[in-house]
Design a protein around this ligand. Structure first.
Ligand SMILES: O=P(O)(O)OC[C@H]1C[C@H](OP(=O)(O)OP(=O)(O)O)[C@H](O)[C@@H]1O
Length: 275
């Protein structure tokens, strides 16, 4: 097989299997090529990934070694995407009662959801994450996207117990959005003890929902190592229950002026977290 053909195959395989260790011998077998040729191929692919600003190959030495494709958007691509996101969201017709924003159209676009997942994975790929957790419903597509780039499973917290899920753990929390006591439920068998968790949600206002998930996960002796929200809104009435340095947001809803039907949407704090 020619090098040019191998490069197409190797590139596709790595992009399809982010964060997964692939040994050189397995590539040699896949493409019937010497390890030295594969090693040269991987150098070319790594250089191109970095030139394209889509990530890099991490080499793992030793007999059980190999390479991992680490999704990592360049700062330029992150800025470009966040600018587009802010422009699309800064549309006063999206404004909903209570300072909420209609975002379901974005959450229905596979390419937008993929880009959001890739951006969070860029910020979280160096954190030790076993599972991505979200709460039904609007956080679900984002959780799957982030999880696909981190190569980890998704666990979904419900707001009501289902007989089809076995014994469950539940906690009560106040979501600033509805200002009412709500319940969060997670089946006991959902998470191995001590799991390291990335929490993802679409929106954070008072932070009661995020905080609820943090408290629920304490019941599983889980460790929250990353929290990501697509959008955060400043909540005038409610004191934010999640500290600024505990979460990353892609965009921030700023200066909501319901009377004049105006909103300003600016970049969130995610870029500050990246070198
Ligand atoms: O920070 P808080 O003040 O708690 O609000 C953020 C919550 C509220 C809203 O969910 P809902 O629209 O209530 O529920 P769903 O996601 O099922 O649409 C959003 O998806 C976050 O989960």
């Amino acid at each position: 097989m020619k090098r040019s053909d191998r490069l197409v195959g190797i590139t596709n395989y790595l992009i399809e299997h982010p964060m997964e260790l692939v040994s050189l011998p397995s590539f040699s077998t896949m493409y019937n090529a010497a390890k030295s040729s594969i090693s040269e191929d991987l150098t070319i692919v790594n250089n191109m990934f970095q030139q394209e600003g889509i990530g890099y190959l991490e080499s793992v030495a030793g007999a059980a070694g190999g390479v991992k494709y680490i999704p990592h958007l360049s700062r330029e691509k992150c800025n470009e995407f966040l600018d587009q996101l802010c422009n699309r969201l800064e549309d006063s017709s999206r404004l909903l009662p209570g300072g909420y924003l209609f975002m379901s159209d974005l959450l229905g676009e596979p390419q937008t959801v993929r880009d959001i997942g890739r951006l969070f994975a860029t910020a979280f790929s160096d954190r030790d994450i076993d599972v991505v957790v979200t709460v039904a419903t609007k956080g679900i597509p984002l959780a799957y996207s982030v999880a696909s780039f981190l190569n980890v499973p998704v666990v979904i917290v419900r707001r009501d117990p289902k007989v089809t899920e076995g014994s469950t753990v539940s906690i009560n929390y106040v979501s600033g959005s509805s200002r009412k006591i709500q319940t969060m439920v997670l089946p006991k068998r959902s998470l191995p003890d001590g799991s390291k968790i990335c929490i993802i949600d679409d929106f954070m206002k008072a932070g009661g929902t995020i905080n609820g998930m943090v408290n629920l996960l304490k019941e599983f002796n889980a460790k929250v190592t990353a929290i990501g929200v697509l959008a955060e809104a400043e909540d005038e009435e409610e004191e934010r229950v999640v500290e600024q340095d505990q979460y990353l947001s892609l965009v921030r809803i700023h200066n909501v002026d319901v009377k004049n039907n105006q909103i300003e949407v600016i970049k969130g704090n995610i870029l500050e977290s990246m070198e």
